[in-house]
Design a protein around this ligand. Structure first.
Ligand SMILES: O=P(O)(O)OC[C@H]1O[C@](O)(CO)[C@@H](O)[C@@H]1O
Length: 428
């Protein structure tokens, strides 16, 4: 477990010749604070090190039951109550169709589009399904409304068998959802009181949906445990997550206010979104914080690439790269070569994509964009589990470097209150 699975490289040292030793004592102090704080939402820190056999066993047994009795799992949740599951599912299951070990998993309750609800309900007409409703507070508007709709539909379809088909993931002690679940006898998984939404992907919040989608949750948790052991070192010289946190903080101090998370595998688009919530809600408060933005290359090179290379120099790039992607395709040789592409024949698409990544990173670095490269050997459950923990740890330290609380999100209430005010004014 002593091997680092992730290498951090700064591609343009002229921007970022960081003397990490300058941060030795401040980072060590933040590390101590994080490790010793008992009254904050830090349950995720040591969770991967604890005995989780019972939890894994019950998640897998419910997941198997769902796979045996349904074509689709409808996951209802928003923010931290869905982004992590969707991120892992998309990263580790086929682009088209379902994983051989899983069934279709679809998500609702992240928006209030009537068309989305309508289309999803229609798509369920010929299919058997279960619901997994996930909400820590139990009262977030988007998932609460979706649960009302899909529970009613499920009850119409399954009658007295319906309670068996509803799985609730919520706070173990309080909230409306908990009350509903207790009253109707729905099966429940806990979101531990000490783990906030955006740090909860490695609990049942993320694990049940991804197990149903066919992902190996034991490998996800093993990778996270590997990271939790390695990244327990308070010395910045040995801790890659802390070096990443300090690198982005230094860039922020130099005026780069936007961090662009980029990668070259489209299946990571939702992983980017998970990262965006993690850093955005953790850092963006008290008028501080780096703005987390995301791009998918090479697609976005043809959209936002011009700005990155040549526009207002307010952003730096964090390039996420997995050296090995399991599936690949070889460019065929073509006798006629009408498209003049035979110079690429017999090369794999993944190889061409990696070369495009290399060229992009050099071009951006030469164009004056600071580039932090995060490299991992392969895109699989183990490495993704490692990366998730890496980012959570880096995020908590980053927020403390900015002197903000990594675990609250007071700003989100403003829109909620205004929306409620308006909805109540227009009550019919
Ligand atoms: O799980 P809940 O309580 O429904 O919250 C969902 C998401 O909403 C937020 O509270 C923001 O409104 C996030 O922090 C959280 O991940």
């Amino acid at each position: 477990m002593s091997t680092q699975l992730l290498q951090t490289t700064i591609l343009n040292e002229q921007f970022l010749n960081i003397d990490y030793s300058k941060y030795t004592s401040s980072v060590a102090a933040i590390h101590q604070h994080l490790e010793n704080t008992k009254d904050e939402l830090t349950g995720w820190l040591n969770a991967p090190l604890e005995d989780n056999h019972e939890l894994i066993h019950s998640i897998l047994s419910v997941a198997n039951e769902i796979k045996d009795n349904a074509d689709v799992l409808v996951v209802i949740g928003v923010g931290g109550s869905y982004l992590g599951a969707k991120a892992i599912q998309d990263a580790l299951t086929p682009y088209f169709g379902v994983h051989p070990n899983g069934i279709e998993v679809v998500y609702v309750g992240q928006n209030m589009s009537g068309a989305y609800i309508h289309h999803l309900l229609k798509s369920l007409e010929e299919k058997e399904f279960y619901i997994n409703v996930i909400s820590k507070s139990g009262s977030t508007m988007e998932p609460a409304l979706a649960f009302r709709v899909f529970r009613q539909y499920l009850e119409d379809r399954y009658g007295e068998d319906s309670p068996q088909r509803i799985i609730v993931t919520t706070d173990p002690e309080k909230g409306i959802l908990k009350e509903i679940a207790d009253f109707h006898g729905y099966r429940q998984f806990e979101i531990p009181c000490t783990i906030g939404g955006r740090y909860s992907v490695l609990t049942a919040v993320g694990l049940l949906p991804i197990a149903v989608a066919g992902v190996d949750i034991i490998q996800i948790l093993a990778g996270a445990k590997h990271a939790a052991i390695l990244l327990k070192d308070g010395n910045i010289e040995h801790n890659e997550a802390y070096r990443y946190a300090v690198s982005r903080y230094e860039l922020f101090l130099q005026g780069y206010k936007i961090e662009l998370l980029a990668s070259f595998e489209p299946s990571l688009a939702n992983f980017h979104d998970w990262w965006k919530q993690l850093f955005g809600e953790s850092e963006g408060k008290d008028k501080k914080g780096l703005f987390p933005a995301t791009v998918n290359f090479s697609t976005d090179l043809h959209a936002i690439g011009q700005f990155i290379q040549d526009g207002n120099p307010i952003l730096f790039e964090t390039l996420l790269h997995f050296h090995n992607i399991k599936d690949d395709y070889i460019v065929p040789f073509n006798e006629r070569d009408e498209d003049n592409l035979n110079y690429l024949s017999n090369r794999s698409f993944n190889n061409i994509n990696a070369t495009s990544k290399q060229g992009t990173a050099i071009a951006h670095a030469e164009g004056g964009v600071p580039v932090i490269q995060l490299e991992l050997e392969r895109l699989d459950a183990y490495h993704l589990g490692y990366l998730i923990y890496f980012f959570m740890k880096a995020c908590a330290i980053s927020a403390y470097l900015l002197d903000v609380n990594p675990f609250d999100q007071p700003g989100v209430e403003a829109y909620k209150n205004k929306m409620l005010e308006l909805l109540k004014q227009n009550e019919n």
